[in-house]
Design a protein around this ligand. Sequence first.
Ligand code: SAM
Length: 216
Amino acid sequence: MSQHTDTPTAAKDGHTSRRFFASFYERMSRSSGEQSFMNPLRKEVIDQARGVVLEIGAGNGLNFAFYDPGRVERVEAIEPDSAMLRFARERAAQARVPVNLTQAPVENLPFADESFDSAVVTLVFCSVGDPGRGLSEVRRVLKPGGSLLMVEHVRARGAIAATLQTIITPITKLVAGNCHWNRNTEKTVSEAGFQIEQRRDMGGFMMPVVVLRAVK
Ligand SMILES: C[S@@+](CC[C@H](N)C(=O)[O-])C[C@H]1O[C@@H](n2cnc3c(N)ncnc32)[C@H](O)[C@@H]1O
């Protein structure tokens, strides 16, 4: 079940590196290693989503299969990259809930204030151009008491690992869709005005992963 909208304000791309990254990401996401690590985390956060859901940076649509029509009425999924959207459209068509796809960046959400019950974000804020502005936009469109459900790889706590992340970040930005390995996304979530209700560290030396639930 899907619809697709290219908004006039959409961030258009078309760069070869983005197309290359989308194809690489699609191939990687079919691997058993990625699925065995990420699928339980995708299920864990999406099981907490309710009502009308905003999914940010949907990528190639790997989360869509996890939405349960018993809990979720509709998903509005945004994704700025047209190469990713091509894969996402196919997965949206297979979803068990209606999924509307819109080409837009999180920094400029084409939705009214207080429209959503939940927002789902998996592996996105490492790549966003302006994470603070993006999270303020997510807060704007969530209803009071609405939840932000997130899985992100983040800045390492240890000084050595964090320094190595900072050294490698110029390369990951170039080859992995603007991915910053050294971002303290949890701090940015708090600074945007969310209350963090639950957090879980998944460990990882150079690429630690955090699972968060925050409320507006
Ligand atoms: C590593 S992929 C993750 C895709 C998907 N969420 C998943 O869990 O597989 C990161 C995604 O964030 C998207 N992204 C990057 N900058 C963004 C922005 N400013 N607003 C929304 N999404 C963005 C990218 O286009 C890409 O699809």
